[in-house]
Design a protein around this ligand. Sequence first.
Ligand SMILES: [Zn+2]
Ligand SMILES: [Zn+2]
Length: 470
Amino acid sequence: MVELTFYGGVEEIGGNKILLEDNGTKIFLDFGMGFKRRGLYFEEFLAPRTANGIGDFIELNLIPDIKGIYREDLLEHFGRKAEESDIAGVLLSHAHADHANYISFLHKDIPIYCGETCKYILDAVDEQSQRNLECEVINYKQRPIFRRDYGKTPINRLFKTFRTGKKITIDSLEIEPIHIDHSVPGSYGFIIHASEGAIVYTGDIRMHGLHAGMTTDFINAAKEAKPIAMITEGTRIDRKKTDESEHKIYNESKKEISKCSNLSIVDFNFKDVDRFTTFYKIAKELGKKLVISFKHACFLERYTKDKKLRTPSSIDENIFLLKPKRKTGTYADEDYTEKYIKNRLKYPNILTSEEITKNPSYYIVVLNFWYFNTLVDLKPKNGVYIHSLSEPFNEEMEISYERMQNWLRHFDLNFVQSHCSGHINGSDLKELIQTINPKMLYPIHTEHPEIFKKFPLNVEIVKEGKMYKI
Ligand SMILES: [Zn+2]
Ligand SMILES: [Zn+2]
């Protein structure tokens, strides 16, 4: 008998943590952070305490209270005894935090199965992020009760990577990871061949992206497997199909940037390689240079490892790295303590904001809102700012959005919104489900699971922590 228990992603977007048990084999499908749930209790200056190990997280139901899955040091801090793990692995669908980040808490003996490129991206995140308990996905240093026992060398988690077409065997389970299109490369859906039949998991998926063909490969394989159950994402089940596309962003953005006779600034998620490629292409075609940050370089250098992504090198002739101001504000080498910057200070394509101001129309700067203080040095009067990200969908984001608008007004920047979603719309999803035609459907990663009830097939509105037998 196959059993499914959903510990996250239930009536929320992201935070997927699905336990699948079959004849004594237990695996998790993703183990992500639930942003909304975390935001119910925490904000910038109120965070879960590391000193309490997994305690604060368990109390507030940010992670499930189950045996045999957590790190020994974090259990100890919570006043519990270390446990052995009985989980045979985590199938990680992709490198977004709402699917990957809470792997941080998991026992070191649990192997993580993910796509080769997904691992590259996790490495890039690891290289440039500040260490904290909620992002120790790749490795961690033990934090036992006594300081003298603190781990000196990091414990590396065991990653087993795959590419599409490869099969994975975990005990009695045979798993087919199949590439899909989403807003981060190295995204996969899974077909899990269990004792009772095939179980399909979509991960995060879309049909309107540049690589819809990969999603079609997944749909065809899933259909052929005649699944007894399918776990699907439903982020945008309430949205109809529109004309959104990467190509539309390319056209809109190129038009705005070519019209601009001053500095062009863009913001997009650097995990989205298609979006990077769009702006890189625009820069090249318009004879401009794309200016990225040292953090972005960490990602770009990982992308070049995957030849299929065809991304340029971080020292490409059309790319510059923007040197941030630190300590003395003089850009002296000694000002930089972060390893990811120090290791790249000798690159030939580094420039400062002051250099950009000498010829602003020559550049397109990729600048995230959190680094808007750089605008003081860039002095971008009458330029354009392309917001290639989703519009705010909660109160906190709206506050930041207001602040962003103030900055734009202050520098007379022309605001342009141009984005397309990483998630499938309701119309495409309905078609996808009907084609795959599973015996039972479990919608997750959605705030509107009830909409699926209108579909002409068996739909289970999932309850958190309840075990479903198939
Ligand atoms: Zn997600
Ligand atoms: Zn995602």
